[in-house]
Ligand binder design. Structure first.
Ligand code: C5P
Length: 297
């Protein structure tokens, strides 16, 4: 038996970040949107836990137990007293270390695939709990659509979305470490009173109406100054996309992928071509959102 699960990437249309908590994490108001770039995780019975990966960035993906997909399988196996005897193959299309939750997507995919393969029968709620244990973005990878994440970003409230949005993503040459970007956020905010993170009502209204112009005007990422500080050339990428007609542009999550919201498919093509021609990024991807979360195929 083989189980394949398809899991989307995400972009944070708003990422409001509070002050560092005593545990080192930050409270967030994190408005997630799942977008149509997908990893596929295939689970097949095996003598022992084994991870393989294919795709343009496969060489950068760890194949040992530090891979979040491996940790997902191990956690589920331990909870249910079954051996973690599975080969997980990841067909990777989501940029690696890009701020698009690719690692989290693989974890959610592995969890759903192993649950089906092993007949674990875990409830949706238990799977969500395991996701939250694995990482702040993992629950959203499983749920998909659009959601407001609070706490570490793992407590989700589904959001209504009144349309489909056209996105262009510029993949940077290199990655950024999420903890490093949060540390830079703390450094830049030293001595500053950081307000409690809150979702913007204008942004939630824009999502609910499917109004791309209004959404473009309200996109916001509190980690962006920190990402730009560590990766200054991202400012050039953002400027190119804006000049080419994007309705809004921002760093995706902790970066370094940059995201451009466009009015329609035609404008997305124009923005994508300008970004590619500018030489300010390594690759360009076009995608629609929202899309469903982890889905068996
Ligand atoms: O939860 P996850 O393992 O994805 O988080 C990775 C790192 O990002 C954490 O170790 C922490 O440094 C930072 N983080 C944070 N606040 C959050 C989420 C992540 O400081 N809400």
């Amino acid at each position: 038996m083989t189980v394949t699960v398809r899991v989307p990437a995400k972009v944070n249309v708003q990422l409001a970040v509070g002050a560092a908590r005593p545990d080192g994490f930050h409270d967030l108001a994190n408005v997630f949107l799942a977008v149509g770039l997908f990893d596929e995780v295939t689970a097949t019975p095996s003598d022992e836990l084994r991870i393989t990966c294919e795709g343009p960035d496969a060489a950068e993906v760890p194949l040992d137990r530090t891979n979040l997909a491996a940790r997902a399988a191990l956690t589920l196996a331990e909870r249910h007293g079954v051996p973690p005897a599975v080969h997980l193959h990841i067909a990777k299309d989501i940029p690696v270390a890009g701020g698009m939750a690719g690692g989290s997507a693989d974890a959610a995919g592995a969890l759903v695939a192993c649950d089906a393969l092993w007949g674990t029968g875990a409830s949706y709620g238990e799977l969500l709990d395991i996701c939250a244990e694995l990482g702040s973005d993992v629950p959203f990878s499983m749920v998909g659509g659009a959601a407001l994440g609070t706490g570490r970003g793992d407590r989700l409230r589904p959001l209504a979305v009144g349309g489909v949005f056209h996105w262009v993503f510029a993949v940077a040459d290199g990655g950024l470490s999420t903890p490093a970007v949060y540390r830079e956020f703390d450094r830049l905010n030293e001595g500053v009173t950081v307000p409690e993170p809150a979702a913007s009502q204008d942004l939630l209204d824009a999502l609910a109406k499917g109004d791309a112009h209004a959404l473009g005007a309200t996109l916001a990422n509190d980690l962006q100054p920190a990402a730009l500080s560590l990766f200054p050339s991202l400012a050039d990428t953002l400027a190119v996309g804006r000049a080419a007609g994007a309705l809004g542009a921002l760093v995706s999550g902790s970066g370094p992928t940059t995201a451009f919201l466009t009015a329609d498919a035609e404008s997305a093509t124009t923005v994508a071509s300008s970004l590619l021609a500018s030489g300010t990024c390594r690759a360009v991807r076009v995608a629609l959102g929202p899309v469903a979360g982890a889905t068996m195929v």
